[in-house]
Design a protein around this ligand. Structure first.
Ligand SMILES: Nc1ncnc2c1ncn2[C@@H]1O[C@H](COP(=O)(O)OS(=O)(=O)O)[C@@H](OP(=O)(O)O)[C@H]1O
Ligand SMILES: [Mg+2]
Length: 300
């Protein structure tokens, strides 16, 4: 099974969702202090991102049975109090599609958008194919104007067969302490991986793809290490103690969201330290996800 069509559809879907999120984040950062404390932009971007991914996948893969496991459902938007937000989301989805050139959809109604969001209600499972989406990972980074990601994967018979990670604010040039300053300050990365095929990076604006590899550094003294930006998500004290014991000399590179995994998959850093304050099923699951990312970058 090649999954080429599925990968192309996933890249298109994540790119459109990233463009929608960029618009919302730009408006949020230009707004005044009062509006910055308002949580609705991230809500709008989450729903809008999910709607666009769902619509794009269904449209690009019409002959396939569609199952999407995603974070949001339209319950709150169907309430009286959700009507304004729903209109904002519908406008944003339509604007984003209209800007993407000649192959655009016809104008979507509020009902089309609600239906697209609710397509994400699948339960998934180990039989058949299921798309899995986090429409915005790293909401804290998104609100702060920093890193966030749109994370989309396809499972086939219970196995992850492809993954796409859009990181709208991640520099195209490498980040990390050992890097020289780059002349390019362009941001917006699209990482993608298909089982058996390694991991690739391309600019969100669609430039040529390059194959990426994890860092070859094996001496901790020369390694750069990554950790969460938020100390509440991972203990900075513990990672600093461990980094010191390992002999790591560079200070930590702190960034939000799974954008870290993109940066690590292209070798920007050699180590990722993550020490949640409480171990839960969720954190255990994250560690398994991490194994998946690195397996992909190491597969030929
Ligand atoms: N599926 C999966 N795999 C691996 N890692 C994942 C996954 N989903 C969420 N995360 C990471 O969990 C951290 C907390 O995410 P949250 O969504 O709860 O928080 S927040 O919205 O960013 O505030 C946040 O990481 P940090 O930013 O490093 O704290 C997310 O990137
Ligand atoms: Mg999310």
């Amino acid at each position: 099974m090649s999954y080429d069509k599925e990968l192309a559809a996933a890249k298109k879907a994540a790119t459109l969702a990233a463009h929608l999120c960029q618009k919302v984040q730009k408006a949020l950062l230009q707004s005044d202090v009062h509006s910055k404390s308002d949580k609705s932009p991230v809500t709008v971007a989450n729903y809008g991102s999910q709607a666009l991914v769902s619509l794009t996948l269904e449209r690009e893969l019409p002959s396939q049975q569609f199952s999407l496991v995603a974070e949001e459902d339209s319950g709150d938007l169907r309430e009286e109090s959700g009507q304004d937000t729903l209109r904002r989301i519908t406008d944003l989805v339509n604007d984003t599609i209209a800007n993407e050139g000649p192959h655009s959809f016809s104008i979507l109604t509020i009902d089309d958008v609600l239906k697209a969001i609710d397509s994400g209600k699948s339960e998934g499972g180990s039989i058949g194919r299921h798309w899995v989406l986090d429409p915005i990972d790293g909401t804290k980074g998104f609100v702060r104007g920093d890193q966030y990601a749109i994370a989309l994967a396809l499972l086939d018979e219970g196995k992850v067969v492809l993954g796409v990670l859009a990181c709208p604010n991640l520099p195209l040039a490498t980040i990390g302490h050992n890097e020289q300053h780059s002349s390019s300050n362009e941001v917006g990365c699209l990482f993608f991986a298909k089982v058996g095929d390694g991991t690739y990076l391309q600019a969100l604006d669609g430039s040529t793809q390059t194959k990426v590899n994890v860092s070859a550094v094996d001496n901790p003294e020369e390694a750069s290490f990554f950790e969460s930006y938020e100390a509440a998500h991972s203990s900075h004290d513990l990672s600093s103690t461990i980094a010191e014991k390992l002999g790591v000399k560079a200070p930590p590179v702190r960034i939000d969201s799974q954008a870290k995994y993109g940066a690590l998959s292209r070798g920007d850093g050699a180590i990722y330290l993550n020490f949640p304050h409480k171990i839960s099923v969720r954190t255990l699951y994250f560690s398994l996800t991490l194994l998946f990312y690195f397996d992909f970058s190491m597969l030929e």
